[in-house]
Write a protein that binds this ligand. Structure first.
Ligand SMILES: [Zn+2]
Length: 306
């Protein structure tokens, strides 16, 4: 019998939205890439964002997903916060190291004219401001660092972040293509980093490759996978995949977490709601869901609190 062995987990990791981690040039380069069409679309649906916000939020979420894969500490959370003087005002995204991300914009309904190239003008919608990254590992002090935004286009800002904060020369490309119906056609991106022992010839080759990459979305539109993206960017450098992982928009909020958040308001507030016969409505900014805690539940919670 002629049989081909297919690793189920590996096949799953390579279908649909997923990211990869790889290496090139004998370890002088490390690389990450992601496709996240469904992730960006789920965020669009959750927050009813206009196309320029869909693109900005999608880019930031992909950046956070790849950083999650980069640090790879189990239970670590990466939060990226962009604050600007443009109409979006702010975007907050959080990713874990298992390929799950969530995020929300301060202002989902933003309209700015497209650039002359026809591309969505994310930089104008974000404006001038800062990018903060917070690494949160349970049981330790959260580690946070902040840089000025370079353009508000997110990829350039993350490139700058890696250089300033980690002193690692990095190239970041991120693209979200939004269709005429305001839905996401495709989304993806890459992070390529030069290790300290990287020689000039390798850096120059990557630079030349990047010049030939007109835009990430042009490549994605042709159905590119994360490995296809990295094979383009690292052409001629012997790119090799090391690991693949599915990615998804996921918010862990549920009724129990809503109850804990409500308890944190204190017994007086709970008693007040119970007396007035009010249902507590807990809104989750990250996924746009609302959780309702009826009076009976509030009474239960008050009892537990003693
Ligand atoms: Zn939620």
């Amino acid at each position: 019998m002629n049989a081909r062995i297919i690793d189920f987990e590996n096949a799953r990791a390579h279908s649909g939205d997923h990211m990869v981690r790889g290496t090139a040039a004998y370890g002088m380069v490390r690389a990450f890439a992601v496709t996240a069409r469904d992730v960006a679309q789920t965020a669009r649906d959750a927050h009813d964002t206009t196309p320029v916000v869909t693109a900005g939020l999608g880019r930031l979420m992909m950046g956070a997903l790849m950083m999650g894969m980069m640090f790879k500490e189990p239970d670590e959370l990466i939060t990226l916060i962009v604050k600007g003087d443009g109409p979006i005002r702010a975007m907050t995204v959080t990713a874990n190291c298992e390929g799950q991300v969530k995020g929300f914009p301060a202002e989902p309904h933003v309209f700015v004219p497209p650039k002359r190239s026809g591309k969505l003008d994310v930089g104008r919608a974000v404006g001038a401001g800062t990018l903060s990254a917070v690494r949160d590992l349970p049981g330790t002090e959260p580690y946070s660092s902040r840089v000025e935004l370079v353009s508000g286009e997110i990829a350039e800002d993350l490139t700058h972040y890696f250089m300033v904060s980690d002193q690692v020369p990095t190239s970041v490309g991120l693209g979200v293509l939004v269709g005429r119906d305001a839905n996401v056609d495709c989304a993806g991106g890459f992070v390529v980093q030069l290790m300290p022992d990287c020689i000039d010839e390798v850096a120059e080759r990557i630079e030349r490759n990047l010049e030939s990459v007109a835009s990430v979305t042009d490549i994605l539109r042709a159905g590119a996978t994360p490995n296809d993206l990295l094979e383009r960017v690292l052409d001629g450098l012997g790119y090799r995949e090391l690991e693949a992982q599915p990615v998804e928009f996921h918010c862990g909020c549920d009724e129990d977490r809503a109850a804990r958040a409500t308890m944190a308001l204190g017994a007086d507030e709970l008693r007040d709601m119970i007396e007035k016969g009010e249902t507590a409505e807990v809104f989750c900014h990250f996924c746009g869901r609302r959780h309702y805690l009826p009076v009976e539940r509030l009474r239960e919670m008050l009892g537990q609190q003693g």
